[in-house]
Design a protein around this ligand. Structure first.
Ligand SMILES: Cc1ncc(COP(=O)(O)O)c(C=O)c1O
Length: 377
């Protein structure tokens, strides 16, 4: 007899909820009544609490209310969504853009829409869960290649022909902080006649002097074989996501993507805030500060067993799942909030602390963290 109380046979007890919610004040986070410096957020530029974003969102809510009321294709469309799409497309160097509810909805909807049963998908084994689920939920056949192994990818591409083929990869890998070789991927896409889908959720607003992200750094932005996904919930400090591509691709998605058509549109307060975030990113000071903080951390932490990464994601490998939890607990006692990341989020045997840097960290806080890490290790 089905019983919802024992449906899930094993929920790991240590995965209990952390009570953080309303206790968050920018850089600080309150957990178990203790004020901790947050080194675990994806708010890379510290924009989530920036007054310009708050004011824009509050003004929009005051003037027009909160909920959008319906899907974009019914009555939820708003001029601010269109303005944000135009500005993002122009900034990122693509023909067109489509703003959607979240990165998860973007990737699931996008891959489902692109891949029918005649499609073959070639995906990096460490792709984000949203790309993994998008591929699973589509009708396409999936071939996974070892992380960043372009030789294996090429072998798979040579072996498996299909009417339509798509290479799918994170730009910056969310749990490792390392980076896909986009120049080599677009070359493979051209040689093997495939599309290339890049999720640069952690690169946009972060990488490069102008923070346009990995496709710009690799000089492939706007390429006719390329579709890019970005999120508004990380460096932009908001919530939501966007897809960039050719005008024809974006129009096709607008007409067909189920996670857009059958889901309530983002409240306009979010594009209002995201437009402010984009202006701050283009102005550049927060980006410079983030780059400075990453360089400082890497220089000071060179003796620590960090995984190789040039991005604000600086993971530190643990000896075991328990060790990761233990280190996270000790850091909490020392005043720092850093989550232990364990399987299934990362492969077995690679539990880690995922340290993330933000423009809003001070040099003193970075020094203090490194001292604490050295003591704990
Ligand atoms: C690489 C990547 N893609 C997509 C997402 C999902 O984005 P969202 O949080 O907007 O659903 C994440 C979020 O963690 C991510 O790291």
């Amino acid at each position: 007899m089905p019983d919802s109380r024992n449906w899930f046979k094993s929920i790991p007890p240590e995965r209990e909820r952390k009570l953080l919610s309303s206790q968050r004040h920018g850089l600080f986070i309150k957990a178990d009544d203790k004020q901790l410096i947050n080194f675990a957020s994806n708010d890379y530029l510290g924009l989530a609490t920036h007054p310009n974003l708050r004011d824009a969102a509050i003004q929009e809510i005051r003037d027009h209310g909160l909920g959008s009321g319906a899907s974009r294709l019914v009555s939820g469309d708003d001029p601010l969504l269109h303005e944000l799409e135009n500005r993002l497309a122009q900034w990122k160097g693509f023909d067109a853009c489509l703003v959607v509810g979240s990165g998860m909805l973007a990737n699931i909807g996008l891959i489902q829409t692109l891949a029918d049963r005649h499609t073959r998908l070639f995906t990096d084994k460490l792709n984000h869960a949203s790309l993994v689920d998008g591929a699973r939920l589509s009708e396409g056949k999936v071939d996974r290649y070892h992380h960043l192994d372009l030789t294996q990818l090429q072998t798979l591409l040579k072996k498996h022909s299909a009417a339509q083929r798509i290479i799918i990869s994170d730009g910056v890998f969310s749990m490792d902080g390392d980076i896909a070789n986009l120049k080599a991927l677009i070359t493979l896409a051209e040689q093997e006649d495939t599309l290339l889908l890049i999720d640069d959720a952690h690169g946009t607003g972060v990488l490069g002097k102008n923070a346009k992200g990995l496709t710009d750094l690799s000089n492939i932005a706007g390429h006719h074989r390329l579709i890019e996904v970005g999120t508004l919930g990380k460096a932009f400090g908001c919530y939501g996501a966007f897809i960039l591509g050719t005008s024809e691709m974006i129009e096709g998605l607008r007409q067909r993507m189920r996670t857009l058509i059958y889901s309530t549109a983002l409240p306009a307060a979010l594009p209002a805030a995201a437009l402010e975030a984009l202006a701050l990113i283009q102005q550049g000071d927060v980006v410079k500060q983030l780059h400075h903080n990453v360089a400082l951390f890497k220089q000071e932490a060179s003796s620590l067993p960090l995984m190789p990464s040039e991005t604000p994601i600086q993971p530190l490998l643990a000896k075991s799942d328990c060790h990761a939890l233990e280190m996270s607990g000790k850091l909490k006692n020392a005043g720092f909030f850093i989550s232990a990341i364990r399987p299934p989020t990362v492969p077995e045997g690679t539990s880690r602390l995922r340290i993330t840097l933000s423009a809003s960290h001070s040099e003193t806080q970075i020094h203090q963290l490194i001292q604490a890490l050295k003591t704990i290790i």
